[in-house]
Write a protein that binds this ligand. Structure first.
Ligand code: GAR
Length: 203
């Protein structure tokens, strides 16, 4: 039976789109995107879900009163939809150890650098590429990893390197990292999970 996938988003949702396209093209084997959850009601990702007939929900942290209530709301939705895999695709909210512990090796995240460089608290979105350019690294990339209680600290599943060009701005670099790395390795990792190929540590 297909694994049911929930995708958690906050913004544009280009990684969600890559997953939708990969599902249509048969790149994701044994998996189906069954739910999109956004913590931002104006996220364009919600429109992408709607256009593709995927159920979606909005859960806003400040409307929930506490982090615990926010996460409880998300957990009820995940249970209600019988979700097997949670994908953080540009989800700009750090989840507590209680949450990550409840879904051990069932949450994956895409991060726009080669972890352990330019990751952890404060490194998200464009900031990651600003930091890579400021440091002067010649190669960056993207990482897909399991999510544990340490921000960007879980076991690495896939990585892909991307060359930095002389005239790159954070925006041009972000775009190249997305097209050359994120949009490829995220669907690949999701498929590996759904095919049961990530069951053993170190595999
Ligand atoms: C992506 O580059 C993703 O890797 C990054 O935010 C962007 C979201 O774009 N995530 C992080 O920085 C998480 N630490 P999208 O909404 O178009 O997929």
């Amino acid at each position: 039976m297909n694994k049911k996938i929930a995708v958690l988003v906050s913004g544009g949702g280009t990684n969600l789109q890559a997953l939708i396209d990969a599902q249509k093209n048969g790149i994701i084997k044994n998996g189906e995107i069954s739910l999109v959850i956004s913590n931002n009601k104006t996220a364009y990702a919600l429109e992408r879900a709607r256009m593709n007939g995927i159920p979606s929900a909005v859960v806003i942290r400040k409307d929930c009163g506490s982090q615990e209530m926010f996460e409880q709301k998300i957990i009820s939705l995940l249970r209600e939809h019988e979700i097997d895999l949670i994908v953080l695709a540009g989800f700009m909210s750090i989840l507590s150890a209680d949450f990550t512990g409840a879904f051990e090796r069932k949450i994956i995240n895409v991060h726009p650098s080669l972890i352990p460089s330019f990751c952890g608290k404060g490194f998200y979105g464009l900031h990651v590429h600003e930091a890579a350019l400021a440091y002067g690294v010649k190669v960056t990339g993207a990482t897909v990893h399991f999510v544990n209680e340490i921000p960007d600290g879980g076991e690495i599943i896939l990585q892909k390197a991307v060359e930095i060009k002389k005239d790159d701005t954070p925006e041009t670099l972000q775009k190249r990292v997305m097209t050359e790395a994120e949009w490829k390795i995220l669907p690949e990792a999701v498929s590996l999970f759904c095919e049961g190929k990530l069951n053993n540590r170190g595999e």
